[in-house]
Design a protein around this ligand. Structure first.
Ligand SMILES: *[C@@H]1O[C@H](CO)[C@@H](O)[C@H](O)[C@H]1NC(C)=O
Ligand SMILES: *[C@@H]1O[C@H](CO)[C@@H](O)[C@H](O)[C@H]1NC(C)=O
Ligand SMILES: *[C@@H]1O[C@H](CO)[C@@H](O)[C@H](O)[C@H]1NC(C)=O
Ligand SMILES: *[C@@H]1O[C@H](CO)[C@@H](O)[C@H](O)[C@H]1NC(C)=O
Ligand SMILES: *[C@@H]1O[C@H](CO)[C@@H](O)[C@H](O)[C@H]1NC(C)=O
Ligand SMILES: *[C@@H]1O[C@H](CO)[C@@H](O)[C@H](O)[C@H]1NC(C)=O
Length: 528
């Protein structure tokens, strides 16, 4: 809006001109409204990833999004790289240069680290440097506290609401059914009894990874200075990365695109026979409260939470290696939590339900939802024009728009046939709506056909996630008020599901932004 109104303000001494300006301004305003460009504001602390300072958190999860036990000498699996780029011109008094990217040749930049390696090494039972954080002896509780502590070091106060970091999430899909580390639909059980099979090579298969850190440092390229850094590591505790013996591997690094100013976050994930199911996502999480998949408060980068149907997500994704046929590559994975009554979650894992929807862009992913397999379809589909098509309406239901649907394990009124989602892989029951590229989603900017946005086809997406997510079926008890669909976590990355041999996926993410309506705009739209 600023670029339209400011020339008018300057010449507003001339009354006539001022009126002319106002009319023009109103017209541009109306045009902009029509194009839906003006009312959206960024929900992120780092809109479009343009901040010159690095704000990256790291979290590793076991099968049910907890810690279980820490890897030897690694501390609690919560780390952060938060670094400010301070630039000054030697010829004059040191001065900070806003933006920090475009500098003249004589300038010198320095990095100010907000997090010390001693902070990243903190492990269960260790005192935090600040007494407000509790040094729990339970590794699951300690990790939550450590994330809060790291958040306090990284916190940025550049407007009314502070923010912390982008979150890099790594998860090990091994599950040892002989342990009682994971609850069943949120309930503690003394023994796991299930016909489901999970990968596990033997005792200790649910281990946390070895994580190494390249701290953010200044690099000079042409006339510009910027930060680069990364985290990398392996799940194989008995191999030595530097000598190249590791099997499973992950790496996430950040560097600036000097022409756009955006971070380029480069990701690599390799599975192995011992660790055949791994997940690596870049998450935009809520700065406070529950993040999807978690039952404690976390830290993140979304200062305001997007609510369906009015929000969009922009990002550039380049997939370099796919990760094999079982790599469920998520162009976007959106996560939230609400109860089957429609009430928001409150941390009671027995009645809370995490809800996820994921657009899988690996063209090797098939539709499990088929006319002869209705159990993997949601009960109905809502078209872009609002029509409801029941899954047994075989001539109209768009089966190929879905990979699978599965229902929450604590739902009492499910329509048969149904499949319950895996009851162990979250701290509470979960519901999943996994969708595939399809013309019926493409109206919201999503890929229309398989292969779109895949290897060799890097794209900048502007996804109307708000509209799409308001069309998805999610279970609620009959007669209850529909839940507010407020999303606390938006993720990009891949879940390489069990394969017989090691697979590698490699991709970059940049320009990530989450666009929501400003408060007043949101309220007025609710009455439209
Ligand atoms: C990091 O270490 C330095 C030097 O020991 C110390 O001055 C600083 O306070 C530490 N920072 C944090 C966040 O603990
Ligand atoms: C679980 O226990 C059974 C019976 O003792 C044993 O055969 C199996 O190898 C154990 N599994 C793991 C992953 O340790
Ligand atoms: C870490 O630094 C090493 C040495 O410069 C480099 O080879 C590696 O690619 C970096 N990895 C990440 C994830 O930053
Ligand atoms: C890993 O290998 C490197 C190079 O061979 C060696 O310097 C280092 O000590 C080894 N680390 C471990 C933990 O064995
Ligand atoms: C850097 O940004 C420019 C402008 O948006 C884009 O054309 C280019 O592809 C980007 N480069 C990389 C390596 O992402
Ligand atoms: C389809 O499912 C609906 C809802 O369960 C049911 O009312 C209808 O009879 C079914 N139609 C057919 C042809 O099975």
């Amino acid at each position: 809006m600023g670029f339209v109104s400011s020339p008018c303000l300057i010449i507003s001494i001339e009354l006539l001109l001022a009126i002319f300006c106002e009319v023009r301004w109103l017209v541009s305003m109306a045009e902009a409204l029509e194009q839906d460009s003006i009312p959206y504001i960024s929900a992120l602390g780092d809109p479009g990833m343009k901040n010159p300072n690095a704000r990256f958190g790291f979290e590793a999860w076991n099968f049910c999004n907890e810690v279980g036990s820490e890897a030897p000498n690694m501390g609690s699996p919560r780390l952060a790289d938060c670094a400010d780029l301070h630039c000054s011109t030697p010829s004059s008094a040191p001065a900070e240069i806003p933006g920090g990217l475009l500098l003249d040749k004589r300038s010198t930049c320095q990095v100010q680290q907000k997090v010390n390696e001693s902070d990243n090494k903190l492990g269960t039972g260790d005192q935090f440097p600040t007494t407000e954080f509790k040094p729990y002896n339970d590794p699951d509780l300690y990790a939550v506290e450590k994330e809060m502590y790291l958040g306090s070091l990284c916190e940025v106060h550049d407007s009314t609401k502070p923010w912390h970091f982008w979150m890099i999430m790594l998860k090990n899909g091994n599950f040892d059914k002989n342990t009682t580390l994971c609850p069943e639909n949120g309930r503690k059980v003394s023994k796991i009894v299930t016909g489901r099979s999970f990968p596990c090579f033997g005792e200790g298969c649910m281990n946390q990874p070895l994580v190494y850190h390249n701290r953010s440092r200044v690099v000079f390229s042409g006339e510009q200075e910027s930060l680069v850094g990364g985290f990398y590591g392996t799940y194989d505790l008995d191999t030595n990365l530097t000598s190249g013996g590791a099997n499973s591997f992950f790496s996430v690094s950040w560097q600036k695109n000097l022409s756009s100013g955006s971070w380029i976050v480069s990701n690599k994930l390799t599975t192995s026979t011992k660790y055949p199911w791994l997940m690596l996502y870049l998450r935009a999480d809520a700065t406070e409260g529950f993040n999807a998949g978690y039952h404690y408060g976390g830290r993140g980068i979304m200062r305001k939470l997007p609510e369906s149907p009015y929000f969009k997500v922009k990002l550039t994704l380049e997939v370099k290696q796919g990760g094999g046929p079982n790599s469920q590559f998520y162009l976007l994975d959106i996560g939230s939590c609400w109860k089957n009554s429609g009430d928001p979650c409150d941390g009671d894992v027995i009645t809370d339900v995490t809800r996820y929807s994921e657009m899988i862009i690996n063209p090797a992913t098939t539709s499990w939802c088929r006319p002869d397999n209705l159990v993997s379809c949601p009960p109905y589909h809502i078209t872009s024009t609002g029509d409801i098509i029941h899954r047994n309406d075989t001539s109209r239901f768009p089966y190929s728009a879905y990979h699978l649907y599965c229902a929450p394990g604590n739902a009492d009124h499910l329509e048969k046939p149904y499949d319950i989602c895996d009851p162990y892989s979250n701290p509470q029951a979960q519901e999943l709506v996994q969708i595939l590229p399809h013309p019926d989603w493409a109206v919201h900017g999503y890929p229309a056909k398989q292969g779109d946005g895949w290897i060799g086809d890097p794209r900048t997406w502007e996804l109307d996630v708000g509209s799409l997510s308001s069309r998805l079926y999610f279970y609620q008890n009959p007669g209850t008020k529909p839940a507010k669909r407020v999303w606390s976590s938006l993720n990009v990355g891949t879940e390489i599901y069990v394969s017989s041999k090691g697979m590698t996926a490699e991709w970059t993410v940049s320009d990530f932004d989450v666009l929501i309506l400003g408060d007043s705009e949101f309220r007025s739209r609710q009455f439209l």
